[in-house]
Write a protein that binds this ligand. Structure first.
Ligand code: 1GP
Length: 244
């Protein structure tokens, strides 16, 4: 079964949780341990990526450890075309729709497309939309961040992505954001599109995860919490709040 079919099947049973692991944030063995823990707690997929510091070497080693230690798909969440690994099951083939730079809208994709084809990586088409504050990814990606009080603008971007053929939309507040994407914006966007809606950035506890899910997110992504000591109980309560 393709990764996309696996995700669509699982979505029929309710919202999903994905664990984001940044190859630049820990050694590969620790990444493998985090993946094993996350799987045992019921995460639905492991995303591998980060805004800066991802190299071919740390990506390959991290992806291999994650593969060896998990029983869910691993999805590469690229920050550009500079690294690509055959050890991931799929890749978010994505465009940052609200970047001011053509690099992140299409040029990196042009640079990376031949390698994706050559490696036979399954592409998961996605429109990436950066919401304020946007954090590092908003800065690096030169995003015209969506103001937090403008759900209509977020929805217009999401609809444009869907109409261009993108098969999922990601609302991103930025890794480590002090607040997640506002609930009214999530609800507004969800009602405007019919493809799965992914939401991430600043979701640090079960209450926030539930709020994001109840607002209409199909996939809830958490990253930063797994870099903290004693992440297990927090991850457990987040996944539980999404699954119940
Ligand atoms: C970043 O949305 C993800 O791309 C995860 O964000 O690190 O804040 O959980 P956090």
């Amino acid at each position: 079964m393709s990764v996309e079919d696996y995700l669509l099947q699982k979505l029929k049973t309710g919202a999903l949780h994905m664990t984001l692991i940044d190859p630049a944030s820990q050694d590969p063995a620790q990444a493998g341990k985090i993946a094993r823990d996350a799987c045992s707690l019921g995460t639905d997929a492991i995303m591998i990526g980060g805004s800066t510091g991802v190299t071919q070497e740390n990506l390959d080693q991290t992806a291999l450890e994650i593969k060896d230690n998990s029983d869910v798909p691993s999805i590469y969440f690229p920050s550009g075309a500079e690294a690509m690994s055959p050890h991931c099951d799929a890749i978010y083939f994505m465009s940052m729709l609200n970047s001011r730079s053509l690099d992140w809208v299409i040029r990196e994709q042009v640079a990376g497309a031949p390698a994706v084809k050559k490696l036979g990586l399954e592409p998961l088409s996605m429109g990436y939309i950066i919401v304020a504050p946007g954090m590092k990814v908003g800065e690096v990606g030169q995003a015209d961040v969506i103001p937090r009080d403008d759900p209509k603008l977020a929805a217009s971007y999401a609809m444009a992505g869907e109409l261009l053929g993108m098969r999922s939309i990601y609302l991103e507040a930025g890794s480590g954001a002090p607040a997640h994407v506002p609930s009214d914006m999530i609800s507004y966007v969800k009602k405007s599109i019919s493809v799965p809606l992914i939401v991430g950035g600043g979701i640090r506890d079960a209450e926030a995860a539930k709020e994001v899910k109840d607002a209409g997110a199909d996939v809830i992504v958490t990253g930063t919490i797994i870099e903290e000591n004693g992440y297990l109980s927090k991850l457990e309560s987040i996944i539980k709040s999404i699954k119940t």
